[in-house]
Design a protein around this ligand. Structure first.
Ligand code: FES
Length: 147
């Protein structure tokens, strides 16, 4: 059994320890905000937080996160939207929307630690892939959220 905390609730998974965190979240906990895109750690659609750090959950076996605190897009904010969610909505950032939960989680982790963000810094910290090409307004919106 593998135990950790997801969105403030303890979970105990009777899954193979090599099961990717993404599959545990989506299939055992029905938390489907994190998406399966590439499955190889490149696109970032599966981004969640583990102990406050953005990780690509398709590449993290649950055995590596025993005892940690996991946050998914469903648990990012309680009664009101996170500043990144507010900024993305105000700036009409999403297009098709598939990559957006991962983008929000990556951006939320970034602005928790930094508030002065150049385009290059955002691109380096959030190498997530968006097939709609929303990058210019994404960067501006992340800066708005960081203020
Ligand atoms: Fe995990 Fe693409 S699905 S990085």
């Amino acid at each position: 059994m593998t135990s950790f905390t997801v969105n403030g609730q303890p979970v105990h998974y009777r899954l193979h320890p090599d099961t990717p965190l993404l599959f545990a979240l989506r299939e055992a906990s029905n938390l489907t905000g994190a998406k399966l895109g590439c499955g190889t750690g490149h696109c970032g659609a599966c981004t969640v937080h583990v102990d406050g750090r953005a990780v690509r959950s398709c590449r993290v076996p649950i055995r590596e996160i025993e005892g940690t605190y996991v946050t998914t897009i469903e648990g990012l904010s309680n009664d009101r939207s996170h500043p990144v969610q507010q900024a993305f909505a105000a700036d009409n950032v999403p297009q098709c929307g598939f990559c957006i939960p991962g983008m929000i989680m990556a951006a939320a982790a970034l602005i928790d630690h930094e508030d002065s963000l150049s385009d290059d810094r955002i691109d380096a910290a959030i190498p997530n892939i968006c097939r709609c090409g929303i990058y210019p307004r994404l960067r501006d919106s992340i800066r708005r959220a960081a203020r």
